[in-house]
Design a protein around this ligand. Structure first.
Ligand code: ATP
Ligand code: MG
Length: 329
């Protein structure tokens, strides 16, 4: 039996949303494999509001008020947690999760499928159809995450137009039509191209963009970063948590600033804040200034040389020297 789960609004404004989880039918030929693709809940995940929002649109989908399914694409800068949100949404709803990166190299045959030749054992060859990544995912309940939507070439995207609009299907060259099941959800993620360049990305083709509901994912604020850090590193002392959060917020504010002379060129991603800086604090726990050492070796070493001055300006404004160690209780 499927169970009911509740999504609560972290801002406390909206009412809790109750949704039934999905179920993988045991009759599917890839049952075991598909079930193994249901993600595990991440104990360190903090819902900053995105899960609740995704639950809200899921409820609208299930109520059948719209004719064409609503496909959501999350647009935000590197390391703001877009893919992680979708993965955790799949985990909550018990949906097998298929993350399909659309790099510039990906061709429609990789996504849709192709005819493969192989020996027939009698000296000749036989041909058979082999599903591509998307077609395979669509064969059962799935949360398909087309990540880096704006890195794919236009021809690749055209192959997906029919799937994403009212037609809701892909026609295979074999004559088969693969329809979008009502227990399959298609999502996407992309980086914004308006503000800064991300190598290999382009502005989204307008007809393609029109098939999505695009939601912006902004940088987390200081309270949110503090919540994520203290949730994950329960022994990390408060002055470290507040200083790291302020550094990240200031760097990211500078990144979005309009003044080209002083702004930083690389944001401080959640990977830097939640993974690398704490790793540095462990490493340099006994140093005179653990946060400074971590900053030098896990933050500054990651950015372009021309950005060092901008990052150091933020450091001086926020910290000058780091909090007194050791960082962990
Ligand atoms: N809400 C959250 N709570 C806790 N950790 C999070 C949260 N969101 C993201 N993270 C962590 O931040 C890191 C970056 O997340 P993710 O890979 O989803 O970013 P992204 O937006 O997809 O980045 P990119 O555009 O570079 O692909 C991950 O290590 C993830 O564990
Ligand atoms: Mg990503």
């Amino acid at each position: 039996m499927s169970e009911k789960i509740t999504f609560t609004d972290p801002t406390g404004e909206g009412k809790p949303i109750e949704l039934e989880t999905f179920k993988v039918p045991s009759s599917l030929s890839d049952y075991e494999q598909r079930k193994s693709k249901i993600p595990k809940p991440d104990p360190h995940y903090v819902d900053l509001g995105m899960l609740y929002r995704l639950a809200a649109i899921e409820r609208v989908r299930r109520s059948g008020v719209t004719d064409t399914p609503l496909h959501v694409a999350l647009r935000g800068h590197m390391g703001t947690g877009k893919d992680h949100d979708l993965e955790q949404f799949a985990a909550r709803l018990k949906l097998p999760y298929y993350r399909i990166p659309l790099t510039g190299e990906v061709r429609d045959i990789t996504l849709i499928g192709s005819v493969k030749l192989h020996g027939d054992g009698k000296g000749g060859t036989e041909s058979h159809w082999e599903d591509g990544d998307i077609t395979r995912a669509l064969r059962g309940p799935a949360l398909v995450n087309l990540s880096e939507l704006n890195a794919a070439g236009a021809e690749t995207l055209f192959a997906l137009h029919g799937l994403l609009d009212r037609y809701q299907a892909i026609d295979l060259p074999t004559g088969e039509t693969v329809r979008l099941r009502d227990d399959t959800r298609v999502f996407g993620t992309l980086n914004p191209t308006d503000l800064r360049d991300y190598a290999g990305t382009q502005t989204l083709n307008k007809a393609f963009a029109d098939r999505w509901v695009i939601w912006e994912k902004v940088f987390p604020d200081a309270d949110q970063i503090e919540a994520m850090l203290s949730h994950r590193y329960t022994a990390l002392k408060a002055p470290f948590i507040t200083t790291i959060s302020r550094l990240a917020v200031e760097v990211n504010e500078s990144f979005t600033s309009s003044d080209a002379r002083t702004r930083v060129g690389t944001p401080m991603s959640l990977r830097t804040v939640l993974d690398r800086v704490p790793a540095g604090l462990w490493m340099y726990a006994d140093a005179d200034d653990p946060l400074r050492r971590s900053w030098e070796e896990f933050v500054l070493s990651h950015i372009d040389p021309f950005d060092r001055d901008h990052y150091e300006t933020v450091w001086s404004a926020v910290a000058r020297t780091g909090p007194e160690g050791p960082p962990f209780e």
